[in-house]
Ligand binder design. Structure first.
Ligand code: FPP
Length: 245
């Protein structure tokens, strides 16, 4: 099917409530163009701008993006610093438009250990958009799903030791309520760019029944048509959540 066809076939009355994206392939995009990896991230920032704009326009209730993982610290300091700088640049540049579009910013992950300029930008953005009622734009920063689960388990252990809960009463709802994502629904659709068939420690608990869409497109090349293709593909699936039709 021609790429332009997908949008015509999407049922805009049955959109996923929560789309999550693993934005991969910035480095490969830059390599192919004989450019430094940082240029790939810069182009990735533009792809992010387009994607947020389209999701807000078609009224996706929640969009989550994996911007920096707990494992990304292993990259060379120069690249890590560039990503941190880009985050500040992204927020400062986009905040007015995000706010105008009634978008509420949310952060999942331990952003308190990011450089102080990042923390300042993030907190300014959270404060400015906190009362917005449109799309929730969740940015995963210094996020790792296993670390998030460990944090929840520790907090349960503490509640038990204080006598606030009985060990036999731990259930799925309790665990979900202790994750960063307690206020948002689980993703319906997880998109990963750059063709890799893995989850990379992203929302392991939350994606138990999420539909996956993997595209070979590198993140900087991800566009409106690719998003529509992912949504269209999601709408062709029959979700059974372990049951029968
Ligand atoms: C993966 O590409 C991408 C990242 C690790 C960072 C994601 C960042 C952006 C999309 C841009 C900026 C946005 C913000 C909010 C900071 P990769 O470097 O792993 O690509 P590769 O696998 O081809 O090397």
């Amino acid at each position: 099917m021609d790429r332009k066809e997908y949008e015509k076939r999407v049922d805009f009355k049955k959109l996923p409530e929560h789309i999550a994206i693993i934005m991969d392939g910035n480095g490969r995009w830059a390599n192919r163009k004989f450019m430094p990896r940082t240029m790939g991230h810069k182009a990735g920032m533009e792809a992010l701008h387009r994607t947020v704009e389209t999701c807000a326009e078609i009224k996706i209730p929640v969009l989550s993006v994996y911007a920096f993982s707990t494992e990304n610290w292993k990259r060379p300091a120069e690249e890590v610093n560039y990503l941190m700088q880009l985050l500040v640049e992204y927020i400062d540049k986009e905040i007015a438009e995000l706010h105008r579009n009634n978008i509420k910013i949310m952060i999942t992950g331990d952003y308190a250990s990011l450089p102080v300029e990042c923390i300042k930008s993030i907190e300014k953005a959270l404060k400015r958009t906190k009362d917005n009622t449109g799309m929730i734009f969740n940015i995963a920063l210094n996020y790792g799903s296993r670390r998030e689960i460990v944090k929840a388990v520790n907090s349960i252990a503490e509640k038990i030791s204080k006598g606030e809960i009985e060990p036999g009463n731990i259930d799925e709802d309790l665990i979900s309520s202790l994750l960063y994502t307690h206020d948002i629904p689980d993703p319906d659709l997880l998109i990963r760019t750059a063709g890799e068939m893995r989850i990379s420690n992203f929302m392991l608990w939350q994606i138990a029944y999420t539909e996956l869409f993997i595209t070979p497109l590198l993140w900087p090349d991800f566009d409106r048509d690719a998003l529509m293709q992912a949504i269209w593909s999601f709408q062709q699936r029959e979700r059974r959540f372990g049951g029968l039709k």
